[in-house]
Design a binder for this molecule. Structure first.
Ligand code: HEC
Length: 144
Protein backbone atom coordinates (compact mmCIF):
# COMPACT_ATOMS: atom_id res chain seq x y z
CA UNK A 1 0.00 0.00 0.00
CA UNK A 2 1.39 3.36 -0.88
CA UNK A 3 1.17 6.48 1.26
CA UNK A 4 -1.39 8.18 -0.99
CA UNK A 5 -3.82 5.31 -0.63
CA UNK A 6 -3.49 5.28 3.15
CA UNK A 7 -4.04 9.05 3.38
CA UNK A 8 -7.12 8.75 1.18
CA UNK A 9 -8.44 5.95 3.37
CA UNK A 10 -7.92 8.03 6.53
CA UNK A 11 -9.71 11.02 4.96
CA UNK A 12 -12.58 8.77 3.91
CA UNK A 13 -12.92 7.29 7.40
CA UNK A 14 -12.92 10.77 8.96
CA UNK A 15 -15.57 11.98 6.48
CA UNK A 16 -17.82 8.96 7.07
CA UNK A 17 -17.43 9.29 10.85
CA UNK A 18 -18.24 13.00 10.58
CA UNK A 19 -21.38 12.33 8.54
CA UNK A 20 -22.45 9.64 10.99
CA UNK A 21 -21.87 12.02 13.89
CA UNK A 22 -23.87 14.81 12.19
CA UNK A 23 -26.76 12.79 10.75
CA UNK A 24 -26.89 9.56 12.75
CA UNK A 25 -29.74 9.27 15.25
CA UNK A 26 -28.61 9.59 18.88
CA UNK A 27 -29.23 6.49 20.97
CA UNK A 28 -31.99 7.08 23.49
CA UNK A 29 -33.19 3.50 23.91
CA UNK A 30 -36.91 2.69 23.94
CA UNK A 31 -38.04 3.64 27.43
CA UNK A 32 -41.48 3.04 28.95
CA UNK A 33 -43.76 6.05 29.37
CA UNK A 34 -44.75 6.34 33.05
CA UNK A 35 -48.45 6.77 33.78
CA UNK A 36 -48.75 7.08 37.58
CA UNK A 37 -50.54 10.02 39.18
CA UNK A 38 -47.20 11.29 40.45
CA UNK A 39 -45.75 11.06 36.94
CA UNK A 40 -48.69 13.10 35.55
CA UNK A 41 -48.14 15.76 38.21
CA UNK A 42 -44.39 15.91 37.47
CA UNK A 43 -45.13 16.11 33.75
CA UNK A 44 -47.53 18.99 34.28
CA UNK A 45 -44.94 20.80 36.39
CA UNK A 46 -42.38 20.43 33.63
CA UNK A 47 -44.89 21.55 30.98
CA UNK A 48 -45.44 24.77 32.92
CA UNK A 49 -41.82 25.30 33.95
CA UNK A 50 -40.50 24.80 30.41
CA UNK A 51 -43.09 27.13 28.88
CA UNK A 52 -44.41 24.69 26.28
CA UNK A 53 -47.77 26.46 26.27
CA UNK A 54 -46.15 29.73 25.18
CA UNK A 55 -45.75 28.36 21.67
CA UNK A 56 -48.04 25.34 21.49
CA UNK A 57 -51.12 26.58 23.35
CA UNK A 58 -52.07 30.01 22.15
CA UNK A 59 -55.10 32.23 21.62
CA UNK A 60 -57.07 30.68 24.45
CA UNK A 61 -56.86 27.14 23.03
CA UNK A 62 -57.97 24.30 25.31
CA UNK A 63 -54.68 22.39 24.96
CA UNK A 64 -51.38 22.54 23.06
CA UNK A 65 -53.00 22.33 19.62
CA UNK A 66 -50.27 24.43 17.99
CA UNK A 67 -50.83 26.76 15.05
CA UNK A 68 -48.72 29.60 16.43
CA UNK A 69 -46.73 31.34 13.69
CA UNK A 70 -43.11 32.30 14.42
CA UNK A 71 -41.49 34.66 11.91
CA UNK A 72 -38.01 33.64 10.74
CA UNK A 73 -35.31 36.28 10.24
CA UNK A 74 -34.31 34.25 7.16
CA UNK A 75 -37.74 34.63 5.60
CA UNK A 76 -40.95 32.68 5.95
CA UNK A 77 -42.30 31.43 9.25
CA UNK A 78 -42.70 28.31 11.38
CA UNK A 79 -46.00 27.06 12.65
CA UNK A 80 -45.98 25.09 15.89
CA UNK A 81 -47.37 21.55 15.62
CA UNK A 82 -50.14 19.98 17.66
CA UNK A 83 -48.70 18.18 20.71
CA UNK A 84 -52.03 17.02 22.22
CA UNK A 85 -52.80 13.30 22.83
CA UNK A 86 -54.60 13.11 19.48
CA UNK A 87 -53.11 10.12 17.68
CA UNK A 88 -53.68 11.59 14.20
CA UNK A 89 -52.79 15.27 14.56
CA UNK A 90 -50.94 15.23 17.89
CA UNK A 91 -48.29 13.06 19.53
CA UNK A 92 -50.58 10.54 21.28
CA UNK A 93 -49.05 7.72 19.24
CA UNK A 94 -45.44 8.65 20.00
CA UNK A 95 -43.19 6.26 21.87
CA UNK A 96 -40.84 7.30 24.67
CA UNK A 97 -38.02 7.14 22.13
CA UNK A 98 -39.80 9.50 19.72
CA UNK A 99 -40.37 12.03 22.48
CA UNK A 100 -36.82 11.97 23.85
CA UNK A 101 -35.36 12.30 20.35
CA UNK A 102 -37.48 15.42 19.76
CA UNK A 103 -37.12 17.17 23.10
CA UNK A 104 -33.45 16.45 23.72
CA UNK A 105 -32.00 16.15 20.22
CA UNK A 106 -34.33 18.03 17.88
CA UNK A 107 -34.95 14.95 15.73
CA UNK A 108 -38.31 13.75 14.44
CA UNK A 109 -39.45 10.11 14.74
CA UNK A 110 -38.35 9.55 11.13
CA UNK A 111 -34.93 11.12 11.76
CA UNK A 112 -35.59 14.58 10.29
CA UNK A 113 -34.20 17.73 11.93
CA UNK A 114 -36.44 20.24 13.68
CA UNK A 115 -35.77 23.93 13.30
CA UNK A 116 -34.32 25.43 16.46
CA UNK A 117 -37.42 27.66 16.64
CA UNK A 118 -38.37 24.62 18.77
CA UNK A 119 -35.97 25.35 21.66
CA UNK A 120 -34.70 21.79 22.13
CA UNK A 121 -31.19 23.15 22.55
CA UNK A 122 -32.31 24.98 25.68
CA UNK A 123 -34.10 21.87 26.94
CA UNK A 124 -30.89 19.89 26.43
CA UNK A 125 -29.17 22.25 28.86
CA UNK A 126 -31.89 22.25 31.51
CA UNK A 127 -31.02 21.01 34.96
CA UNK A 128 -33.76 18.46 34.37
CA UNK A 129 -31.61 16.01 32.53
CA UNK A 130 -33.23 12.85 33.68
CA UNK A 131 -34.96 11.06 30.86
CA UNK A 132 -37.54 9.82 33.34
CA UNK A 133 -38.75 13.34 33.95
CA UNK A 134 -39.11 14.08 30.25
CA UNK A 135 -40.99 10.83 29.83
CA UNK A 136 -43.38 11.80 32.60
CA UNK A 137 -43.92 14.99 30.68
CA UNK A 138 -44.74 13.01 27.54
CA UNK A 139 -47.02 10.73 29.54
CA UNK A 140 -48.96 13.73 30.65
CA UNK A 141 -49.09 15.26 27.14
CA UNK A 142 -50.07 12.05 25.42
CA UNK A 143 -52.76 11.29 27.98
CA UNK A 144 -51.46 7.94 29.20
C1 HEC B 1 -40.34 29.07 21.37
C2 HEC B 1 -41.45 28.23 20.91
C3 HEC B 1 -41.55 26.81 21.41
C4 HEC B 1 -41.55 26.35 22.71
C5 HEC B 1 -41.40 27.15 23.99
C6 HEC B 1 -41.75 24.91 22.62
N1 HEC B 1 -41.87 24.51 21.32
FE1 HEC B 1 -42.22 22.65 20.65
N2 HEC B 1 -41.99 23.28 18.74
C7 HEC B 1 -41.86 24.59 18.34
C8 HEC B 1 -41.77 24.65 16.89
C9 HEC B 1 -41.64 25.92 16.03
C10 HEC B 1 -41.82 23.32 16.44
C11 HEC B 1 -41.73 22.84 14.98
C12 HEC B 1 -40.28 22.81 14.55
C13 HEC B 1 -40.14 22.34 13.10
O1 HEC B 1 -41.15 22.17 12.42
O2 HEC B 1 -39.01 22.11 12.66
C14 HEC B 1 -41.97 22.49 17.63
C15 HEC B 1 -42.07 21.11 17.61
C16 HEC B 1 -42.32 20.33 18.70
C17 HEC B 1 -42.49 18.88 18.67
C18 HEC B 1 -42.50 18.00 17.42
C19 HEC B 1 -43.94 17.67 17.09
C20 HEC B 1 -44.16 17.01 15.75
O3 HEC B 1 -45.32 16.71 15.44
O4 HEC B 1 -43.22 16.76 15.00
C21 HEC B 1 -42.70 18.46 19.95
C22 HEC B 1 -42.94 17.03 20.45
C23 HEC B 1 -42.64 19.64 20.78
N3 HEC B 1 -42.41 20.75 19.99
C24 HEC B 1 -42.81 19.60 22.15
C25 HEC B 1 -42.57 20.70 22.97
C26 HEC B 1 -42.55 20.62 24.40
C27 HEC B 1 -42.83 19.36 25.20
C28 HEC B 1 -42.25 21.87 24.86
C29 HEC B 1 -42.01 22.29 26.29
C30 HEC B 1 -41.05 21.49 27.03
C31 HEC B 1 -42.09 22.72 23.68
N4 HEC B 1 -42.30 21.98 22.56
C32 HEC B 1 -41.81 24.08 23.72
C33 HEC B 1 -41.81 25.70 19.17
C34 HEC B 1 -41.75 25.65 20.54
Amino acid sequence: MNKKFISLLVVLIVVVAGLYWAFGLPRVGDPEIPASTQAMANGEYLYNAAGCAACHQVDGAEGPVGGYEIESPFGGSFSTPNITPDTETGIGGWSGRDFLLAIKHGRSPTGGFYWPAFPYRSYQGMAVQLDDEWLEHHGRLSGR
